[in-house]
Write a protein that binds this ligand. Structure first.
Ligand SMILES: [Zn+2]
Ligand SMILES: [Zn+2]
Length: 893
């Protein structure tokens, strides 16, 4: 057998095992109509994205789920993929061209798309490599990209079907326009920033007679586009003006004064200029009052022919000049400072221009109805549950979705316009003639679809829809959609709407929302603050398993996670702890192997032969069974972080700190029965239990173990296809747990005293332990107590044999035993008395409280029987302790 390295070296084994799994096809499920599959479709990261900790978190959580389900024997599919990220990719390619002094117009659309594909193919590969590096056990044979032919045909099919049902329409609406990127933006692509601007009060001369009506605006240059001034109908100041009009300065255009309820009389002057082509609220008012739209800007945010002498000027230059001219004409009443939020393009930070524009829209209200119903009726569950309300709020107030983008990179809109008859041909496949008049003079809509349109189809387009493929039939609907809570609306809600619309079925049964990653102080990570942890660096330094632990252990769904150096270090420490424990066990197998071959079969036989088991063996088996039971329940409940935490606590504080320490004594002390069968059994089960969380270290150790104990065909080829542990309730052993709890308490209490009294580590001290019915078990552990607490001589006696102390001694009254440490000069009797008196009082109070509780008829009638039983048991134990405390105290008098 090869030697196990002293320390875990993650870099040496990670790639080896990933390639091993990949080569054996473990990530590709076998379709088995008899069994229900577990299916998870990876949220496709933007192809432009650099891998950050958020991706690492998504990957880890999803990998935990799929590894666990796979180990449970379910056909498990995890589909990986990437998103073409329309605007983000286009901006990057434009920047690349700019470095060569080129614009996209210089090279033309066809060449531009070619350059974009080259860039995307490289980036797509890099992202897939990064996912592999994180251990993602997804099925690469089904890897998908939103612009691949399959998903693209799904996009065109969905579009045409919605269009035919009149759920897609073309219309003029206010959209967010980026003058630099020259495209419409979705709400998600707009960042709202606080701006310290100004509020300009402008006088509009009344059309009939003398005087002015003053309006307040932050954007004076837009007055060229005004088509009315609105006041609140209740506003007494303007009552007699409604129905009249004002004349716009400079261009001398007459517009009406109208009344509308939405006008807030307390804002500005109470008179609102209505610029319907450049403001969403004004647009709605204009629709109600049938006002015309006057667009005043070109797509690059220069002023157009509707601005008279200002035509051709850039928007902000125009503002300065308009303000100066109004001032000269005494039409500017005043300017005051004003703070407000203004939208900016999230890609290039240019100030967004709201503008009316002819765009394609999805009529979302009818789709939202079905999506609301699916969650309300429980066909889809959202975890954590409180996001359900947020979902309903949003879906009930949903607005039509602008899906056209003026970009070159994306899914072309499957609409062709006829130059002869002017009609539209909407078609999945490219038509050669107009479907209305047969003319060949047709041209395709130059726009592409919003990236989220293809993302909304991701759960079914990746499985072959619209074709009725074997994958689609077997794997759809999927099981879980796991993603960050920040894209619940933009993505999850739309997937539910489109999944139901396209397939008639829910796209997934459960939505699992994880929190966002913050730094160790709870601050958002940002390059500016310099607190970003690069996952690649973290992996190089700590290993993948440690990073996975840092991201998930102890976390809960929907809550943000603080990750810093400390968590990464504890991840690494945990892997090392497991490594060292396993190394100790493996070395002992090697020692045992020198006499005879140790196999799993011989170990199991020995375990059976050695019955009745020793108390610590019964204890570790019992505790392990409870752990498996808890972990299973937590995993089923999507509490992966808590499950991981409990495994961590078990390995660290029970298996390593106690069982292995006691086992070391037994192994040195040859006549005692060997603990090896129990060590091996517990280790093997723990490795399988931890595997979904830490796949690499567990595979390495499991293979080492397998080499040593497995006969031909006794163990599967890899831990990742081994069975996930199942709890054995028969091993649960309350007596062993009670006895070991008491033994551990005895050792701990002596260690505490030694630490408090600063006793040197190598000094042996004398001790007496008094007990009752647990005495035989405590006696059997005399050697362990001696070694672990460094006590000698040690006397273990029945409580009946207790005599008043003649020498100075420290008495510790524990839950079920007393420890007496005769220790001349250590403590004076007064101290001792004070301490025992205090403990006596505390215990008395607890007894009184419990007694009262158990007399309370309300409690007795409502509490389940086992709780009452447990409380009664607690009372007995406390009363017993009280009695013993009083005895100790009386001996001091
Ligand atoms: Zn932009
Ligand atoms: Zn035609």
């Amino acid at each position: 057998m090869s030697d196990i390295p002293k320390a875990y070296q993650p870099g040496k084994i990670e790639k080896k095992w990933y390639d091993f799994w990949l080569a054996r096809g473990y990530f590709t499920p076998k379709i088995d109509p008899q069994r229900k599959p577990f299916v998870l479709i990876m949220p496709p990261p933007n192809v432009t994205g650099e891998l950050h900790l958020g991706h690492a978190l998504t990957t880890t959580l999803e990998d935990i789920m799929v590894r666990w389900h796979r180990m449970k024997g379910e056909p498990t599919l995890w589909v990986p993929g990437t998103d073409h990220a329309g605007i983000a990719t286009q901006v990057i390619v434009e920047q690349q061209l700019a470095k060569e002094g080129l614009t996209k117009k210089d090279i033309g659309r066809e060449e531009f798309v070619k350059v974009a594909w080259e860039w995307v193919n490289q980036s797509r590969k890099a992202i897939n490599d990064q996912h592999q590096m994180l251990g993602a056990s997804c099925d690469w044979t089904r890897e998908s990209f939103t612009l691949d032919e399959g998903p693209s045909r799904a996009v065109r099919t969905a579009f045409v079907r919605l269009y035919d049902k009149e759920l897609i329409y073309r219309g003029e609406r206010i959209i967010n326009w980026c003058p630099r990127c020259q495209t419409a933006l979705s709400d998600l692509e707009v960042e709202h920033k606080d701006i310290s601007g100004q509020l300009y009060h402008i006088r509009y001369p009344l059309a009939d007679g003398d005087g002015f009506l003053t309006v307040a605006t932050t954007r004076p240059e837009t007055f060229f586009g005004d088509t009315a001034v609105a006041v609140n109908p209740e506003d007494k100041r303007y009552g007699n003006l409604v129905g009249g009009g004002v004349t716009l300065p400079i261009i001398d255009r007459k517009i009406p004064i109208i009344a509308d309820d939405v006008v807030d009389p307390s804002f500005g002057t109470g008179a609102l200029k209505i610029t319907p082509a450049h403001d969403p609220v004004d647009f709605e008012i204009a629709e109600r009052h049938n006002l015309p739209l006057v667009n005043i800007m070109n797509y690059d945010a220069t002023m157009n022919e509707n601005t008279g002498p200002y035509m051709g000027l850039e928007r902000f230059t125009c503002r300065d000049r308009v303000v100066a001219e109004l001032k000269g004409k005494h039409l500017l009443e005043r300017i005051e400072p004003y703070f407000h939020k203004v939208g900016h393009c999230s890609r290039c930070q240019t100030m967004v221009e709201p503008r009316a524009s002819l765009q394609w829209f999805v009529r979302t209200k009818p789709l939202a109805q079905a999506a609301i119903k699916a969650v309300r009726e429980g066909s889809i569950a959202i975890i954590p549950e409180h996001f359900t309300k947020v979902y309903f709020d949003w879906m009930e107030n949903i607005r039509d979705w602008c899906i056209s983008r003026q970009l070159w990179w994306g899914h072309p809109i499957p609409v062709w316009y006829c130059q002869k008859c002017g009609n539209l041909t909407v078609s999945i496949d490219k038509p050669s003639v107009c479907s209305h008049c047969g003319s060949r003079q047709i041209f395709q809509d130059p726009d592409v679809l919003d990236t989220w349109f293809s993302s909304a189809l991701w759960t079914h387009s990746t499985l072959g829809w619209p074709d009725d493929t074997e994958d689609f039939g077997y794997f759809y609907p999927t099981s879980v959609m796991e993603t960050g809570y920040d894209i619940l609306f933009f993505w999850v809600a739309r997937m539910i709407m489109m999944g139901l619309e396209d397939t008639g079925e829910i796209p997934f049964q459960t939505v699992y929302l994880h929190g966002l990653i913050r730094d160790e102080n709870g601050e958002k990570m940002s390059k500016l603050k310099g607190n970003v942890i690069n996952p690649l660096e973290a992996v190089n330094r700590y290993g993948i398993d440690a990073l996975r632990f840092a991201l998930t252990a102890g976390t809960s769904p929907g809550n943000d996670i603080n990750v810093g150096k400390g968590r990464l270090e504890s991840g690494r420490n945990f892997v090392n702890k497991l490594w060292n424990a396993a190394r100790f066990i493996l070395q002992n197998i090697d020692t045992a192997n020198t006499g005879r071959p140790v196999t799993l079969a011989t170990l199991v036989a020995e375990r059976a032969f050695d019955r009745p088991w020793r108390i610590e063996d019964r204890w570790i088996e019992s505790k392990l069974s409870r752990l498996i039971d808890n972990v299973t329940g937590l995993m089923e409940d999507f509490q992966f972080g808590e499950a991981e935490q409990q495994i961590y606590d078990f390995i660290w504080s029970q298996f390593c700190d106690w069982y292995i320490e006691i086992a070391k004594i037994r192994l040195r002390d040859q006549p005692a029965p060997s603990p090896l069968p129990f060590l091996v059994d517990t280790l093997e089960i723990l490795l399988r239990l931890v595997h979904p969380f830490m796949p690499f270290a567990t595979e390495e150790l499991w293979q080492e173990l397998k080499q040593r104990v497995s006969g031909e065909g006794q163990m599967p080829t890899s831990i990742m296809v081994a069975q996930y542990p199942i709890a054995n309730d028969e091993l649960i052993d309350p007596e062993a747990e009670r006895a070991m709890d008491s033994i551990i308490e005895i050792v701990r209490s002596i260690r505490n005293v030694r630490a408090q009294q600063k006793v040197k580590a190598d000094k042996w001290i004398e001790a007496q332990v008094y007990g009752d019915d647990l005495l035989p078990f405590i006696t059997a552990q005399a050697k362990a107590i001696q070694t672990l607490a460094r006590v000698h001589p040690l006397a273990i006696l029945n409580r009946q044999e207790r005599k008043p102390d003649k020498t100075e001694a420290l008495a510790l009254v524990l839950k079920e035993a007393e420890v007496v440490l005769p220790w001349a000069g250590m403590l004076d009797r007064l101290d001792q008395k004070q301490r025992l008196t205090k403990e006596n009082e505390v215990t008395k109070a607890m007894v009184a409280q419990l007694k009262q509780r158990l007399r309370d008829s309300d409690f007795l009638s409502k509490a389940p029987a086992h709780i009452v039983e447990r409380e009664t048991q607690r009372l007995h134990l406390l009363e017993d302790r009280l009695e013993r405390l009083e005895l100790e105290l009386s001996q001091l008098d």
